[in-house]
Design a binder for this molecule. Structure first.
Ligand code: ADP
Ligand code: MG
Length: 569
């Protein structure tokens, strides 16, 4: 192993030379109690910054086994280390000067969710810590300024590393709290299944966010408090007894006047598939982690999806058992989203009337009388919601502000009133009973039968030969793989642009290694998820170094992304 002195020597030699001479610094160097590895050197001061990683041997890092052994505590610890390191690095970023990105020191910036990231990996067993960051190697114009890089690597980084990646220097109380929260969240997830619940929202939870562009908790929000009739008490290993609203399996309706907090509750449930950091307000809002938000998504592409459960006999004669379009309508897109979520193995649909296609959700009686059912290709969701629950074991939580018909189908009705929930199932059923049952003279609907899930694809014409496929992320909205843009804006449970980047690499990997015209798309999504699960997110990017800005998506989002790839055939 080269020593830090060797790096100093290289820096002395290349000082004042042209920028490309920085390439000589690539390699790993022993810096006392850690290893600094320069994994990739940028081509010029304005290019994407250089990739650097820090490796601390588990024995030296010293994090207790109860933080590093179980997956959920390990992810929480890694998340805490990235946040800590980020705070330290912030003080030093751009303290070294120069042109372009000179002096930048940057590490991933996690939001409110705790996700597994390539920015920090902890190895179970050994407890080794690996942290990835970006450094802008300093230059004057395009001339190497080695003295400034030396400041970064020999003064700034050692400070950051020592303060954040060694247990002996860490805020131990904080890290204990991080571990305990992760254990408690894990326990709630485990108990959901055992108690036949699909979601839990603790009393005291703060659901609304600061603003449309900030994911931080709203200050002075009305704290959540469960209605007595739906309250459950869970016993957690660290937080002890905790009370909150348990949403049972089945069909649950959230109703209430406009602006009373319905969508806010649903949004919190959508995000509840992930764990949140302490102070977020949604720490104990936990949803079945297979839950999928279903919405209308006009314009999306649909490739061979069997939407015949909802749509049949289209006027253009298109086959809806293997539906293909490059520009879906509101209803066909929402139908495809339902079927694909089933295919991805969801146990819970989350639907907001606000973002649904009305003709997909309901059909009122008058309309049914005027427009003959034979002329209507759509079997609305309301006619399938019970079958989905009873036959397929998929629950639904639905926000309905204006459509009372769902009262007939709901097993639970929650009314939001001034941001507080109340259970009104009895009342809603009584009122519904007094109203003529709109479904009563309708001929009984035949069950849909299981959708056909066997969809196979080949990688398309640009396909598998090309191993230099370029991946470009566009925030959370889209990722382009070899100039094929996959729109992900309406895949709402994608919460971090690093997940989107990871999906880009997954699409590339799938095109090169998995799509073969034989494996079905579900299998491909599962293989990608398994690869990331077993070997880390790095396994899907085969480059010389692993990007420091990837976060692991759920299999549901992997699947959603593959479904929106227009280049598959
Ligand atoms: P709805 O879907 O019922 O029309 P929203 O969920 O969109 O209502 O909420 C309306 C507004 O109220 C939003 O601006 C939201 O941030 C705010 N809000 C929601 N829940 C709370 C709460 N618990 N405390 C304070 N404000 C809230
Ligand atoms: Mg709303």
């Amino acid at each position: 192993m080269k020593q830090s002195e060797d790096l100093q020597e290289i820096l002395r030699r290349i000082d004042h030379k042209g920028y490309p001479a920085y390439k000589d610094t690539a390699g790993a160097y022993q810096f006392g109690d850690y290893v600094l590895s320069i994994d990739h050197v940028q081509g010029d001061p304005f290019a994407s910054p250089s990739k650097v990683s820090i490796h601390v041997d588990g024995k030296r890092a010293g994090f207790p086994a109860d933080m590093t052994e179980k997956k959920h505590t390990r992810i929480a610890l890694a998340d805490a280390l990235v946040r800590r390191f980020g705070k330290e690095a912030e003080q030093y970023s751009h303290k070294a000067k120069g042109s372009g990105k000179s002096g930048l020191i940057a590490v991933s910036r996690p939001g409110q969710e705790v996700l597994e990231r390539s920015a920090c990996e902890i190895t179970p067993g050994s407890g080794d810590v690996l942290l990835r960051l970006e450094v802008g190697f300093p230059a004057n114009g395009r001339t190497i300024h080695a003295g400034e890089l030396s400041k970064i690597l020999f003064r700034f980084l050692p400070e950051c590393v020592h303060r954040s990646l060694f247990y002996k220097n860490a805020d131990k109380k904080h890290l204990q709290a991080v571990r305990e929260l992760a254990e408690d969240q894990f326990e709630i997830r485990t108990q959901l299944g055992q108690r036949g619940l699909v979601a839990f929202v603790a009393d005291g939870a703060v659901l609304p966010r600061e603003s449309g562009v900030s994911d931080r908790p709203m200050k002075q929000a009305v704290a959540f408090c469960s209605p007595q009739s739906m309250a459950v008490e869970l016993e957690l290993p660290y937080a002890g007894k905790i009370r909150g609203m348990g949403i049972p399996q089945g069909v649950t309706l959230i109703v209430g006047g406009g602006y009373h907090g319905k969508s806010t509750l649903l949004k919190a449930l959508e995000r509840g598939v992930y764990n949140h950091i302490a102070g977020d307000g949604r720490e104990y809002v936990i949803t079945d982690d297979t839950a999928v938000k279903i919405r209308a998504e006009d314009g999306r592409s649909i490739q061979k999806t069997d939407i015949s459960m909802f749509i049949n006999g289209l006027p253009n004669g298109k086959d809806t058992k293997s539906f293909v379009t490059e520009d879906a309508s509101g209803s066909t897109s929402q139908a495809a989203n339902v079927i694909e979520a089933m295919e991805a193995g969801t146990r819970l649909f989350l639907i907001d009337e606000d973002t649904s296609a009305t003709n997909f959700m309901i059909r009122d009686e008058l309309m049914a009388r005027v427009v003959h059912p034979k002329m209507e290709p759509i079997t609305p969701f309301i006619d399938r919601v019970e079958e989905l629950s009873d036959t397929y074991g998929i629950s639904t939580i639905l926000v309905a502000g204006s459509c009372g018909s769902y009262f007939y189908k709901a097993s639970h009705v929650i009314q939001m009133m001034q941001y507080q929930p109340e259970e009104i199932t009895e009342l809603a059923k009584q009122e519904a009973g007094r109203f003529a049952d709109i479904t009563k003279d309708k001929p009984a609907l035949k069950p849909a039968g299981k959708p056909e899930f066997h969809r196979v694809f080949a990688p398309g014409k640009k396909g598998s030969q090309n191993d230099r496929m370029k991946i470009k992320g566009m925030g959370k909205d889209a990722v382009s793989v070899d100039r094929d843009t996959v729109e992900l804006r309406y895949v709402e449970q994608l919460v971090d642009s690093e997940q989107t980047m990871a999906l880009g690499y997954m699409v590339k990997y799938a095109k090169q290694h998995l799509f073969d015209g034989k494996k079905d798309i579900r299998t491909v999504a599962r293989l990608l998820a398994a690869l990331a699960e077993e070997k880390g997110i790095g396994a899907v990017c085969e480059g010389r170094y692993l990007p420091c800005n990837l976060a692991v998506p759920r299999v549901q989002e992997i699947f959603a992304c593959l479904n929106r790839c227009r280049s598959l055939v």
